[in-house]
Design a protein around this ligand. Sequence first.
Ligand code: GRG
Length: 287
Amino acid sequence: MSKAYERFLPVIEARLNALLGTENSASEAARYSLLSGGKRIRPILLLEFYALCGGEGDSALEFAAALEMIHTYSLIHDDLPCMDNDAMRRGRPSCHMAYGENTALLAGDTLLTLAFKTAAEARELPAERVLRATALLAEKSGVNGMIGGQVEDLSFENRTVGLTELRGMYLKKTAFLLQAAAMCGCILAGAAEKEITLAGDYAENLGLAFQIIDDILDCTADEGLLGKPVGSDERNGKTTFVTLLGLDGARECAAELSKKALAALDGFCGDSTALRELTADLLDRKY
Ligand code: GRG
């Protein structure tokens, strides 16, 4: 039986497919990566928080698609030879392996700019909500957000990193975009400030747990399931939660964070069943 949080998947896929053209090699490469079967966690989060806070219909779908575009651009750029130099992504050759480095760079740029156009065109929603959510999306994915996390990650190469520093970097690199998704869902639905803050707390804890699981999977996963080679952190000499806490310690830490995420959901009056299922499944994920 499919999970409650999977209910939006068909509309997310359809909208992503409709929003991106095939006019040139950059958009073809962007389509290759965008439509290659990601878990769609960020759009799901946005749409679930939108529904939890009383949002109706599919008017937040554009915004949800914008989140996935930004996520996909970050993956394309992260895989480039000048970054992590990963040849595989989601079980297929990464964008630059399939289309070349220059086109992959432009595919990422295409997705980043299209994301903000798409968000700004969410015309069925009140303009002041769209403006606030768009600014938050830029902040969380920008130089003091996800990009800032990547800058810190690069600065960690070939030196010892402690738990506090690592946590701070993961917060920006991974949790901030999940926070943008959860908080934008609330903002677009016209939620109270208290709910927006709770959504941020939820996603901060979920995001850190998610990244710790990612560290664990990099040591333990089945390569076929993961869709990319395992052991890349070790090969690149990266400090992770596993290197600092060991496998069991990292698992305990992720479980604790996941519990805190669930506690934040207690503050919402609506039905959070789908988000609770998603939280539990992300802790148990195998890819
Ligand atoms: C802006 C150049 C540039 C890079 C941004 C965030 C980031 C830096 C790169 C993304 C790569 C990365 C390891 C991010 C950490 C978050 C993470 C585990 C992403 C994978 O997300 P999933 O599991 O992927 O949701 P799918 O494939 O399911 O969408």
